[in-house]
Structure formats: C-alpha cells, structure tokens
Design a protein around this ligand. Structure first.
Ligand SMILES: C[C@@H](N)C(=O)N[C@H](C)C(=O)O
Ligand SMILES: [Zn+2]
Length: 224
C-alpha cells in the first residue's frame, strides 16, 4: 500500500512540477511613443537670422557675394541674406501683401559687414550712393537694412527705374523721370515697405531701413 500513499503525496504537492520561473531580463516589448523634436524658441527681435529660413518665398541674389557689382569683385564671402529677426518680421508682412498682388521680393543685399563697407567706399567715395564708414556706418551693418526689388512669382524681374547700384539721379525716389510702368512698380514697392515699418532712402529706390534701429554689428558675421 506504500505506492498508494506516495501517489497521494504527489497529487497533494502538485506532482513536483514547478511553474517556469520568469526571466527578469526579458521585458515585454512596449511601443515607444514617437517624440516630436522640441520646437525652436522664437528668436529675439535683435537676433540675426537667415532670411530664407523664415521667408522661404523670398528670393536672394546677393550682388556683393560675386563680381557682378560696381566694384567688379566679391566684397564678402557669404551668399545668404541675414537680418535682425524684428526686421524679417516686417519683411514678412510686406511679402504677404505683395504676394497677394502677384509679386515676390528679390534681395540684393542685407547685412553688410563694416569691412565690406570700407571696400565699397574705396571704389565709390560718394556719400549719396555709399555711406562713408570713416564718419559713420552704413545701416546695412546694423542688420536692419535691405536692398531689394520686386520680382514676379516665377522669379522674372519686374521693370524698375534703374538697375541695382545705378548711381545716377534716375535711381532716386523722384520717379517722374522714368517710364510710367517702372515708376508705378517702384511706387508699389515703396508704399508696401513703408506701410510695413520701413524708411525708404531718397537716393536709391532699392534701399530700405527698418524704423527700429539696432547697433552696428562688429563681431558677428554670417556663416560661409
Ligand atoms: C551701395 C548701395 N547699395 C547702398 O546700400 N548705399 C547706401 C547709401 C549705403 O551704403 O548704406
Ligand atoms: Zn542699401
């Protein structure tokens, strides 16, 4: 009868078969939530920003980055337009208005290092057309000034009173001496930029400064 007792014992103790132990090193696979990249903080008004990063519809062809300018040579070694963020916001308002009318903006010059201003002055020491860096600074070196024109949405140039840096009386803001169509385009550019917080320079139809002023930037320069 001892085998009968043994059988009873095995039944009562679960037949000696133990539950498999859980391996603590094998964790259940869990879905990892996809994390959004942290949003970039909005720049301060005085921060320098790359204009096309904030205004992808604006066109940029920096004339002083190549030889196609009145000096016949490159005046600086970067090709992106940089301005103060506050100035870019105003440019954004102007661009919105102009795009609603079938135009975009083409930037020929934006932030200009002081050294470049000395080079321009060396070639053209006429304070009507080039700010004298010996006695002051160009507002381009403050990062709140831009040389620009209108372009069609497909990038085609729009008729204006003169070419860029045409240092003659035809370039001023008296548009009575240029064709009516060019005058109307220059007037549109001037009206929209003025409405958006820019001061037009009387001697050059393409030159506009943000009414908000900033210090001349001497140490920072745009990345190459
Ligand atoms: C050189 C021309 N593009 C220009 O910007 N002229 C003004 C007067 C300046 O030099 O600030
Ligand atoms: Zn200018």
């Amino acid at each position: 009868m001892r085998w009968y007792l043994l059988l009873l014992l095995l039944v009562l103790t679960g037949c000696g078969v133990s539950e498999p132990m859980e391996d603590a090193s094998i964790l259940p696979v869990q879905a990892v939530p996809e994390s959004e990249p942290a949003p970039m903080p909005e720049p301060e008004a005085a921060d320098f920003v790359r204009v096309q990063e904030y205004l992808p519809d604006i066109l940029v062809d920096l004339k002083y980055a190549g030889a196609e300018n009145f000096t016949g040579q490159a005046v600086y070694d970067f090709t992106d337009a940089y301005l103060r963020y506050g100035t870019v916001q105003k440019l954004s308002s102007a661009l919105d208005i102009l795009m609603g009318q079938g135009y975009t903006l083409l930037i020929w010059d934006a932030f200009r290092p002081t050294q470049a201003q000395f080079r321009l002055w060396e070639i053209c020491p006429d304070p009507v057309y080039v700010a004298n860096p010996e006695t002051g600074s160009s507002s381009h070196s403050r990062g709140n000034t831009v040389d620009l024109t209108l372009a069609a949405l497909d990038g085609e140039p729009v008729e204006m009173p003169t070419d860029f840096d045409d240092f003659s009386p035809l370039a001023d803001r008296d548009y009575s001496d240029v064709p009516a169509s060019a005058a109307a385009n220059a007037q549109l550019l001037e009206d929209v930029l003025t409405a958006c917080g820019f001061q037009p320079y009387t001697g050059e139809w393409w030159h506009f400064s943000d009414l908000d002023n900033y210090p001349v930037e001497e140490s920072w320069s745009p990345p190459k």
